[in-house]
Ligand binder design. Structure first.
Ligand SMILES: CC(=O)SCCNC(=O)CCNC(=O)[C@H](O)C(C)(C)COP(=O)(O)OP(=O)(O)OC[C@H]1O[C@@H](n2cnc3c(N)ncnc32)[C@H](O)[C@@H]1OP(=O)(O)O
Ligand SMILES: O=C(O)CCC(=O)C(=O)O
Ligand SMILES: [Zn+2]
Length: 426
């Protein structure tokens, strides 16, 4: 029993295993795309001041890269690109452009640190988006990559809709740009169709083909965006794209908060060491406010009930040791734990803890009695914490009064007995 407990707390079963020699779960970078992919979210409109505020907050949080909208999108987008690139942030600034010389030329003039170049390689996109063959795409990629490299900027080449592209096409074009010296190649699950096993296999195959870094971008249409990012890192990817709250086209991409939560379970020291996790909530509130949405109730880490424990069995164990039902330590994220007791699923251990917080001394039997009362009342409707506290105080006062009355009666009896005794003994 004791040795099992020791094992459970001293090793991390969620971390990297020795068999995962390619894994980068404890050595990766975030390319934060709230100001690019996030601008493609239905509600998003960021004016210059808001972009700067968000860029500074992301930088302060500690993301390694900030990706911003193509300067080819509009004149204001270009000016914003210049403005953000000149802020002198610690995060490197990237802009995201089509695989086209015109876009690349405008982008290199903005002062960014690097360009993320993209072009669709799936038959859907080759037929219905840009209409180009793989031969044409390859030639275009060579020209654009060589040009960007000649400017000394960082360059990444990415295939859009990678998981619906032909594997041979993909590996050929990645091999070509790797030989040209790109910093990274990118895999994009543009429609959110991939599952973690497919991601693992593709990234692992690519890891054996290119020597440059590998960036991955996952849409969340089928709910796999975080799991896919994790699988990609396990297979040797080095960079993951995120956005705050996952905002992006349709229902978005891997959320920053969800990714750091996932990676924290793999290597807490690594994640707490490089990101200011306690700033996550403010960052999310900033972006939620900017795009006029609420942070979802079940959001990773910062959702209003992310650290609320309700059922009696959970509450008892949590109060003994929070690791029983928490994989994330709320304090590492500037959050606090809450044990909810005003409902019919509560138990006497949770109620006892509340009486202690309130400084009310009750025996275990008394706590059990008052717990029964709470459950009886909560069978009709849940009680707020004020109502529970009132009930506990009332119960305590009543108990204390009774207790005093009893004590009072005892004193009188003793006094009378003493008097009788002294009368008898004269
Ligand atoms: C999956 C993603 O999220 S990729 C990133 C998406 N980001 C953006 O689209 C940025 C915002 N976009 C824009 O402001 C505009 O679409 C622009 C400025 C890029 C282009 O605008 P327009 O010239 O009016 O073209 P439009 O948007 O209608 O169509 C896209 C054009 O880009 C071409 N294209 C699409 N993808 C690529 C690519 N990856 N590389 C090169 N060309 C591409 C298409 O062939 C089409 O060109 P065409 O008009 O000659 O047929
Ligand atoms: O540039 C990339 O890798 C990703 C582009 C994109 O947003 C997507 O394919 O969904
Ligand atoms: Zn995307």
């Amino acid at each position: 029993m004791t040795s099992n407990n020791t094992t459970a707390t001293s090793s991390n079963p969620y971390g990297k295993s020795v068999a995962d020699f390619l894994s980068r779960v404890d050595n990766f970078s975030i390319i934060e795309s709230t100001l690019r992919e996030g601008e493609q979210f239905a509600n998003a409109f960021f004016d210059t001041a808001k972009k700067i505020e968000i860029a500074k907050a992301l930088d302060d949080f500690g993301v390694e890269y900030i990706e911003i909208t193509s300067p080819a999108a509009s004149e204001q987008s270009r000016q914003d690109c210049v403005a953000i690139a000149s802020l002198g942030l610690k995060s490197k600034i990237l802009t995201h452009v089509r695989c086209h010389m015109d876009d690349a030329r405008i982008a290199v003039e903005t002062g960014v640190d690097g360009l993320d170049v993209v072009i669709g390689t799936s038959s859907f996109l080759r037929q219905f988006s840009h209409g180009k063959s793989m031969e044409y795409i390859t030639q275009q990629a060579i020209e654009v990559v060589n040009y960007i490299k000649s400017t000394g900027l960082e360059v990444r080449f990415s295939s859009e809709d990678s998981f619906r592209s032909d594997l041979v096409d993909l590996l050929n074009i990645y091999r070509t740009v790797d030989k040209l010296g790109v910093n990274r190649v990118g895999i994009a699950d543009t429609v959110g169709c991939a599952n973690p096993r497919q991601v693992y296999e593709l990234v692992r195959t690519l890891r054996g083909v290119v020597s440059c870094d590998i960036e991955c971008h996952f849409h969340n249409d089928t709910g796999c965006a975080i799991a896919n990012a994790y699988a990609a890192l396990e297979a040797g990817a080095t960079h993951i794209d995120t956005s705050v709250l996952g905002i992006g086209e349709r229902n978005g991409i891997t959320p920053l908060g969800g990714l750091v939560a996932r990676m924290y379970t793999a290597d807490r020291d690594y994640i707490t060491g490089k990101y200011k996790l306690h700033k996550l909530r403010d960052l999310e509130n900033l972006v939620a406010d900017a795009v006029d949405i609420e942070v979802p109730f079940n959001n990773y880490v910062t959702g209003y009930c992310a650290f609320t424990h309700k059922a009696g069995i959970h509450a008892k164990a949590i109060l003994n040791n929070p690791s029983t039902y928490e994989i994330l330590k709320p304090e590492d994220f500037g959050m606090t734990r809450y044990v909810s007791i005003g409902h019919r699923l509560t138990g006497w251990n949770a109620v006892k803890s509340r009486t202690q917080q309130l400084g009310l001394e009750l025996t275990d039997d008394q706590v059990k009695q008052v717990t029964a009362k709470i459950k009886q009342m909560a069978d009709i409707k849940p009680l707020g914490i004020e109502a529970v506290d009132h009930l506990l105080r009332e119960f305590h006062a009543k108990h204390t009064d009774n207790h005093l009355e009893q004590l009072g009666r005892m004193e009188v009896t003793v006094h009378q007995e003493a008097q009788e005794h002294s009368e008898q003994t004269g």
